[in-house]
Design a protein around this ligand. Structure first.
Ligand SMILES: Nc1ncnc2c1ncn2[C@@H]1O[C@H](COP(=O)(O)OP(=O)(O)OP(=O)(O)O)[C@@H](O)[C@H]1O
Ligand SMILES: O=C(O)C(=O)C[C@H](O)[C@H](O)CO
Length: 338
């Protein structure tokens, strides 16, 4: 296949990420403080430490979802009316089966085989949401770190318009190789490459890699304000957008309730967010990317795609957890014409 026949490809996006079961909890600020967690960020931890946190939570208030950033994004795309494939590694355990069924029920094609030879469990992320709607994530990557380059299904990838890789995969060596493999194969097959920076601390730790990925592979970049500031080591968001315009033909820089900036072909356009009362910001950036990816693979302009992304994200922040229930496609035409 070549880049010329993008429209004939049957799947919109091939997502790759850490497959994590989210365990969602509402807590008070003291809980995050008392456990010495990085408020608003993602902390990697072993199952013992994560178990200690779970032990201190009120179990009757916990909810579980199949999560992980790129998976949330594929769900946002599917709920917009798009078609997605997802690659992520789960274990042959209860959470792994829960994950598989939850993702299939959301309409995502998912068939990376559970790891047979690893003793690690399916990865989990305890998401602690405080009254200011901020989320603090406590992640045990578990078996998701065994996602390997050989797990990337090149035949499936060939049928996709875009691949979408999350920066979180840089935290372990094999998933990092799987990411590069996805991007390399995408280039070979004429599949466009989208990449999300995922987290400001990741951008700091893997600055050289991320700059290389952007210059060698990326057709589309997703990042939030903190991440782009870390990437360019520059405080001014306007200046970051200008610098982004020099290295990327299409980038979406989100900025919380304000919405986002679309950087396209050297132009920078602000696309306003939707004013809502946020109760939980987990998955906001993921839903945004899902909406945008749907838009740009289904004939919307980048500004329309960004408006739809802002809308989905503003809906996600009004509920507890990273996902909306059911299809949102019936709202599309009203939102993008509004
Ligand atoms: N308080 C809010 N009210 C309305 N929309 C919001 C709010 N917070 C976030 N959004 C929407 O979500 C998008 C992404 O938010 P943000 O820039 O905070 O990304 P993020 O930090 O990656 O999100 P998260 O990491 O919490 O998923 C924004 O562009 C906006 O459309
Ligand atoms: O809120 C975010 O930024 C997320 O990326 C969501 C989490 O990564 C995801 O749901 C954790 O499994």
């Amino acid at each position: 296949m070549t880049e010329n026949n993008q429209d004939s490809r049957s799947v919109d996006v091939f997502g790759v990420g850490n497959a994590l079961v989210d365990i969602l909890a509402l807590v008070q600020d003291e809980f995050v403080l008392d456990h010495g967690l990085n408020r608003g960020g993602m902390t990697l931890m072993n199952s013992e430490t994560q178990g200690g946190i779970l032990h201190d939570l009120e179990h009757n208030s916990l909810q579980m979802r199949s999560g992980g950033s790129a998976a949330n994004t594929m769900i946002g795309l599917a709920q917009s009316g798009g078609k997605a494939y997802y690659s992520g590694k789960v274990a042959k355990d209860t959470n792994g089966e829960f994950y598989r069924q939850d993702l299939l029920a959301a309409g995502i094609d998912f068939n990376v085989h559970p790891a047979a030879e690893s003793n690690e469990p399916t990865g989990t992320c305890v998401v602690l949401t405080t009254p200011d709607a901020e989320r603090t994530m406590c992640t045990n990557l578990g078996v998701s770190t065994t996602l390997a380059a050989s797990d990337i299904d090149v035949d499936r990838l060939a049928h996709c318009k875009y691949s979408y890789v999350e920066g979180y995969l840089w935290d372990a060596p094999d998933p990092r190789k799987a990411s590069i493999e996805t991007m390399e194969q995408s280039k070979r097959l004429g599949v466009k490459v989208a990449f999300t920076f995922s987290d400001g601390f990741l951008v700091d730790r893997f600055a050289d890699d991320f700059h290389k990925v952007v210059s060698e592979y990326c057709d589309v970049i997703f990042c939030n304000a903190d991440e782009v500031r870390s990437f360019f080591k520059e405080e001014s968001l306007e200046e970051c957008a200008r610098k982004m315009s020099e290295i990327s033909d299409l980038a979406f820089i989100t900025n919380g309730e304000k919405g986002c900036m679309v950087v396209e072909n050297k132009q920078i356009v602000d696309v306003a967010g939707f004013p809502v009362k946020a109760i939980d910001t987990v998955g906001a950036g993921d839903a945004f990317a899902g909406g945008v990816l749907f838009g740009i693979t289904n004939g919307l302009s980048s500004a329309q795609a960004a408006r739809w992304g802002n809308f989905l994200a503003s809906s996600v922040v009004q509920i507890h957890g990273p996902r909306l229930e059911g299809s949102q496609a019936h709202l599309l035409s009203e939102v993008i014409s509004g």
